[in-house]
Design a protein around this ligand. Structure first.
Ligand SMILES: [Zn+2]
Length: 214
């Protein structure tokens, strides 16, 4: 079993890259989806995780690792997994390494999307959304015909709180701080594959595939 890990700041297009890699045959591992699935099926680890969440506590790393173990343990040997949004900490990375080793698998690549902060700030802070239909615009890249008004239904365009420039700067610095130890950890293992995410999403996909298939 092979696994890859995607790392990328908010606004780098990680979701779109993940979708494209699913089309290339990778199984998307979302710990959120796995948790929900484990609750629904009332597996032992699912119930354990739920007991933490019911108390309003964070689910500990080893419980999450066990939920991943449940899912990956049944997988055919040739299945390729893609981790997105996990691991977030060094402790989780070490737990994941141990798990993949236990399952006779290998982490082959850590795809790291890189994009200058200022470009991400422009991308995200220029985003506007229609209050009535949810259409997404961008003040410079995809403006509406009339400023502040949706082309389709005349709805009011607004900026999500998350896309406010100060919030974006804060999200980026949290991401950078959180990711630093992971990058160092995987760089040590020669797994980091940096890709330039400042262009189109297709460029990101092509560059990721050149690592994965090359
Ligand atoms: Zn609209």
């Amino acid at each position: 079993m092979n696994a890859i890990i995607l790392l990328g700041p908010p606004g780098a297009g990680k979701g779109s890259l993940a979708e494209s890699l699913v089309r290339e045959g990778y199984t998307h591992v979302s710990t959120g989806d796995m948790l929900r699935e484990a609750f629904k099926n009332e597996t032992a680890v699912g119930l354990e995780a739920k007991s933490y969440m019911d108390r309003g506590a964070l689910v500990p790393d080893d419980v999450i690792i066990n939920i991943i173990r449940e899912r990956l343990g049944d997988a055919p040997a040739d299945e390729k997994f893609m981790f997105d949004g996990f691991p977030r900490t060094l402790n989780q990375a070490q737990g994941l390494d141990q798990l993949i080793t236990d399952l006779n698998g290998v982490i082959t690549h850590v795809i790291m999307m890189e994009c200058p902060d200022e470009m991400i700030i422009k991308r995200l802070s220029g985003r506007r959304i229609c209050r009535s239909c949810g259409a997404v615009y961008h003040v410079t890249n995809k403006p509406s015909k009339v400023d502040g008004v949706c082309d389709f239904d005349g709805g009011e365009l607004y900026q999500r709180d998350d896309d406010n420039e100060d919030t974006v700067r804060n999200r980026l610095s949290v991401y950078t701080e959180q990711t630093k130890p992971l990058v160092a950890y995987y760089a040590d293992k020669n797994l980091i594959c940096p890709i330039d995410a400042s262009g189109s999403i297709q460029l990101s996909v092509d560059s990721a595939l050149s690592y994965l298939n090359g």
